[in-house]
Design a protein around this ligand. Structure first.
Ligand SMILES: Cc1cc2nc3c(=O)[nH]c(=O)nc-3n(C[C@H](O)[C@H](O)[C@H](O)COP(=O)(O)OP(=O)(O)OC[C@H]3O[C@@H](n4cnc5c(N)ncnc54)[C@H](O)[C@@H]3O)c2cc1C
Length: 385
């Protein structure tokens, strides 16, 4: 599959995801059928370079695909976007042996990559790690408690943050690739959340040993990976998932409103209806413009660590979370009880609302506001990216 030819694959995965979305949400089970479709269609390899057998997709392609998947199931969109974030990290920072081992297998649909950054003692803080990576002869020993791992029981491999061997502080962080068969994988609890139920993000303990070449980048070098790949891909991918979800719900509402049953409920000459519809659309268009602008800035940025670039990326995450959730809330208000609040409505607005409630928490907006305050002080010229 080439990046330009991904449309049929997205259509297939979207159809499969839509067919199972209600059930996966109800039972809080992982969308295994959608993952199988991503494997089969080659979509899992969207960001794998063509030289390694993938589609050679760009950040803009990631946005297009994630937006489309979000329209039918936000959990599926997140699963996809987070997998792509892992692929991008290996592509940019993995050594040759690691790239050769992993990337063609991802392109063949054989490896879905899980993400392990959150840790009990430090919460979501990305740039520190509590548990250590330890030398054990030629190997490096991992023993990691992971409180929340999206699709963990279904992942073929994980990228795990740990303290670098012999680290003197929590901020000397490694990113390590570990295949499932190199680990003892223990699911240590359940997953009973308000929304994002189909991500099946269970707590796990991962124990095992990996060779040195499975460290992504230099020992202690995770900060650079986070700045140049992990944070940009997370914020852009999440924003696309949230915005796609809100846009999909808005589309369902509009189609319903223009249909026979909906015409009785939604009076198109009511100023209240028009003002509410406009308000929601403004949120979507504003968040979409910010998302696309951020992608173009990231694509051309000579220095990803520059304050204006980091400020913009954090602003995207905060704003996309807020606008998408506000849009979902207003869709519920506009639709009323029958279609806005009941779980059996085909508009699925209550699921949209529950799913999008996670957006501000998924890497806490407050953390990013604090970071942006400090970054703003470093950019006295206010260079807007
Ligand atoms: C659906 C879903 C799937 C996820 N999947 C994964 C996954 O696969 N792998 C993974 O590793 N993680 C995953 N996460 C975790 C996610 O990436 C965040 O790290 C996590 O949600 C943050 O956890 P926390 O509540 O401990 O937040 P924290 O960031 O620790 O914040 C908790 C609260 O305290 C406040 N707070 C705490 N410390 C600070 C501070 N220093 N500055 C400002 N405010 C602070 C925050 O505002 C927030 O209200 C997932 C989360 C969700 C919602």
């Amino acid at each position: 599959m080439t990046a330009a030819g991904w449309a049929p694959a997205v259509e297939t995965v979207s159809e499969v995801a839509a067919a199972h979305a209600r059930q996966s949400d109800e039972n809080a089970t992982f969308p295994t059928e959608a993952l199988a479709a991503m494997r089969r269609t080659g979509l899992l390899g969207l960001l794998v370079p063509t030289a390694e057998g993938g589609a050679g997709g760009t950040l803009s392609d990631l946005v297009d695909v994630t937006l489309a998947l979000g329209r039918v199931d936000m959990s599926v969109a997140m699963v996809f976007a987070m997998h792509c974030q892992q692929v991008a990290a290996i592509t940019a920072f993995g050594g040759e042996k690691l790239r050769t081992e992993v990337l063609p297998a991802v392109a063949r649909g054989e490896r879905y990559l899980g993400s392990v950054t959150t840790e009990a003692g430090k919460g979501g803080h990305l740039l520190t790690a509590e548990s250590a990576l330890a030398h054990d002869g030629e190997m490096l020993r991992v023993d990691r408690q992971a409180p929340i791992v999206t699709g963990g029981p279904y992942a073929d491999a994980f990228l795990i943050t740990t303290r670098a061997p012999g680290a003197e502080s929590a901020s000397q962080v490694d990113l390590v690739y570990a295949a499932r068969d190199q680990l003892e994988v223990e699911v240590t609890g359940g997953w009973r959340p308000l929304g994002m139920r189909a991500t099946h993000s269970v707590p796990m303990r991962l124990r095992g040993a990996v060779p040195q070449w499975q460290v992504v980048g230099e020992h202690g070098g995770f900060r650079e990976i986070a700045t140049t790949v992990f944070a940009p891909l997370a914020h852009v991918g999440w924003a696309a998932a949230w915005l796609g979800t809100a846009a999909g719900a808005y589309e369902r509402l509009l189609r319903h409103a223009r249909g026979e049953a909906g015409r009785r409920q939604f009076n198109p000459s009511s100023e209240l209806v028009l003002l509410r519809l406009a308000g929601i659309r403004i949120r979507l268009d504003a968040a979409h413009a910010l998302l696309r602008h951020t992608v173009s800035v990231v694509a051309d940025a000579p220095d990803m660590s520059a304050a204006p670039v980091q400020l913009l990326l954090n602003t995207l995450k905060i704003r996309a979370a807020e606008e998408s959730f506000a849009a979902a809330d207003e869709l519920v208000e506009l639709s009323g009880l029958r279609h806005g609040y009941l779980t059996d409505s085909p508009l699925a607005l209550e699921r949209t609302f529950r799913d999008l409630r996670s957006a501000s928490l998924n890497y806490a907006n407050d953390r990013l506001r604090l970071a942006n305050g400090a970054l703003a002080l470093r950019d006295q010229a206010v260079r807007l990216a």
